[in-house]
Design a protein around this ligand. Structure first.
Ligand code: PGA
Length: 228
């Protein structure tokens, strides 16, 4: 029998900026975090921001310079290593400036025809590069590649709709994924806000949230971190 003590788990609060923000906008977002003197107990919470590739290096510099309690992630990774792959950013390049990579978001599966086979290759590249993949699944039947340690359950109906799944349903999916794939951390994503985040993070099998829209505003994202 598993015995899970809710306050003992480490929560991941992950911001997915999608294709939003220019450099000045990203630096203003970080400046707001810096001005607020945000502190995070790193034993209990890990806050990660996943901006577009163009912003990663400068954000990494700002975070290091100001010693902000925030990690960085990419929103994608090449399925190949370095080589003649025009347009791709590989794991070694990402690892210089980030620790995480979101893989298999439904927007990539649907708009860019990313297959389960391709996503498996991306996960293996992340592993080889020392990056933690945040592997998105749309339901409990989505295949999960070997080596994944963080899964985000994001039902398509809940993304950007203001209509989140219920915490009970999300918890059931998280429980199933943990049992069937031995995944240590399962997050919920889809219309998460500062107001509803705790309803999800208090569920025994949910280890954090992946946040789109509400993460674009630094104050809203800080509220999610605080209320989680
Ligand atoms: P949302 O997006 O928070 O805007 O619903 C979540 C996601 O797509 O990761």
């Amino acid at each position: 029998m598993d015995f899970i003590v809710p306050h003992m788990k480490k929560l991941f609060l992950i911001a997915n900026w999608k294709s939003y923000k220019t450099t000045p906008e990203a630096l203003r977002w970080l400046q707001t975090i810096n001005d607020s003197q945000l502190t995070i107990d790193s034993n209990n919470k890990e806050a990660v921001v996943c901006p577009p590739f163009t912003l990663l290096a400068q954000m990494n510099w700002f975070i290091k310079t100001n010693n902000l309690p925030i990690k960085l992630g990419a929103q994608d990774i090449s399925p190949f290593g370095e080589g003649a792959y025009t347009g791709e950013v590989n794991g070694k390049q990402i690892k210089e400036i980030a620790d995480y990579a979101i893989i298999g978001h439904s927007e990539r599966r649907n708009n860019f025809s990313e297959s389960d086979e391709l996503l498996d290759k991306k996960v293996q590249m992340a592993l080889q590069s020392g990056l933690t993949s945040v592997f998105c699944i749309q339901n409990e039947k989505t295949p999960v590649p070997q080596g994944v340690t963080v899964v985000a359950y994001e039902p398509v109906f809940a993304i950007g709709s203001g209509q989140p799944d219920t915490p009970e349903s999300a918890n059931r999916v998280a429980e199933t994924v943990k049992r069937e794939h031995q995944i240590p951390s399962v997050l919920y994503g889809g219309s998460v806000t500062g107001e509803n985040v705790h309803d999800f993070t208090q569920m025994p099998s949910i280890d954090g949230v992946l946040v789109g829209g509400a993460s674009l505003d630094a104050k809203k994202f800080m509220r999610i971190i605080e209320n989680s």
